[in-house]
Design a protein around this ligand. Structure first.
Ligand SMILES: NC(=O)c1ccc[n+]([C@@H]2O[C@H](COP(=O)([O-])OP(=O)(O)OC[C@H]3O[C@@H](n4cnc5c(N)ncnc54)[C@H](O)[C@@H]3O)[C@@H](O)[C@H]2O)c1
Length: 272
């Protein structure tokens, strides 16, 4: 039981397909006790049974853009769990129209919403829980390859992920003085509620599957297990990292799918 005696806060469960669900499951399986948050009343009824599944009665309303929610978080956690060892930030949002068409047409409003909800929230959430986060604790966020590289349709969310990954490094420096680690997992594409806002997502899944070294897509179990490691003392010397859990897709300089001289799609090289 790698997380026996450890306590944590999981932010970002919407349903059982959420990456945060996979992380919570892996942490629960390794003995962690957790509190959960939900965005709004519509999601409350989905998150409560999930918390129960993982043996938790502690479920709080948290819209990361609501300062009153953030202000009340530490005292709520203190009352229910005392001090905690880890926090998972699995939150992102951009208006749907910003994930369609050309990036050059992104409005200031959509840009601000995406950055506020998907990037600034890592800072504000971390600050909110800092009073109850133990020395030796760990913060984890979720990012995607659309940050450092171009990915079709990712648009402003790609820019947000680039800023999020940079924020991980700056936070890791600041919190290092308190022996608190801050890391990100860059997950391969997974069909979740948030992913349903990305255009051509089925094609993206298929492209990753055929072009990744492991020739499959990642699951929330894959991400959950790696997250559990980063949240645990096994990763006590790891901070400021972006750790890819994507079946190796990010290492590919050229994919295995190509077009022949006649324009037909073919499997190339060793994928034949
Ligand atoms: N699914 C993928 O392909 C993929 C790949 C890499 C990274 N990610 C990242 O993983 C994280 C989790 O997403 P997911 O794919 O599990 O989808 P999801 O829809 O299950 O989770 C997104 C969560 O963000 C929450 N959220 C949105 N706005 C919020 C707000 N204002 N306050 C509080 N919570 C808010 C939602 O309630 C939801 O629980 C996101 O950061 C996403 O960008 C996803």
């Amino acid at each position: 039981m790698i997380l026996k005696g450890k306590k944590g806060l999981i932010v970002g469960v919407a349903n059982a397909k959420s990456i945060a669900y996979g992380i919570a499951k892996a942490c629960h399986d390794q003995g962690a006790q957790m509190a959960f948050t939900y965005l709004n009343d519509a999601l409350k009824k989905r998150v409560e049974p999930i918390a129960e599944e993982f043996g938790s009665k502690f479920v709080y309303e948290l819209d990361v853009n609501n300062q009153a929610h953030l202000d009340g978080l530490a005292s709520q956690i203190k009352k229910d769990l005392g001090e905690i060892d880890f926090v998972v930030h699995a939150v992102a949002y951009a208006p749907k129209e910003a994930l369609e068409g050309e990036f050059v047409n992104t409005t200031k409003e959509a840009f601000d919403i995406a950055m506020g909800t998907s990037v600034y929230s890592l800072l504000s959430l971390t600050r909110a829980v800092l009073p109850v986060l133990k020395e030796g604790g760990s913060v984890l966020t979720l990012t995607y390859l659309g940050g450092p590289k171009f990915v079709p349709h990712y648009n402003v969310m790609g820019v947000a992920k680039a800023a999020l990954e940079s924020s991980v490094r700056y936070l890791a420096h600041d919190l290092g003085a308190k022996n608190i680690r801050v890391n990100a997992i860059s997950a391969g594409p997974i069909k979740t509620l948030a992913a349903s806002g990305i255009g051509d997502f089925r094609m993206i899944l298929r492209y990753n599957e055929v072009n990744s070294p492991l020739k499959r897509n990642v699951t929330t179990e894959d991400v959950g297990n790696s997250a559990m490691y980063l949240l645990s003392d096994l990763a006590s010397g790891v901070t400021g990292e972006v750790h890819y859990v994507d079946c190796g897709y990010n290492i590919m300089g050229m994919g295995d799918v190509a077009t022949d001289a006649e324009g037909n799609t073919i499997l190339a090289w060793d994928a034949k």
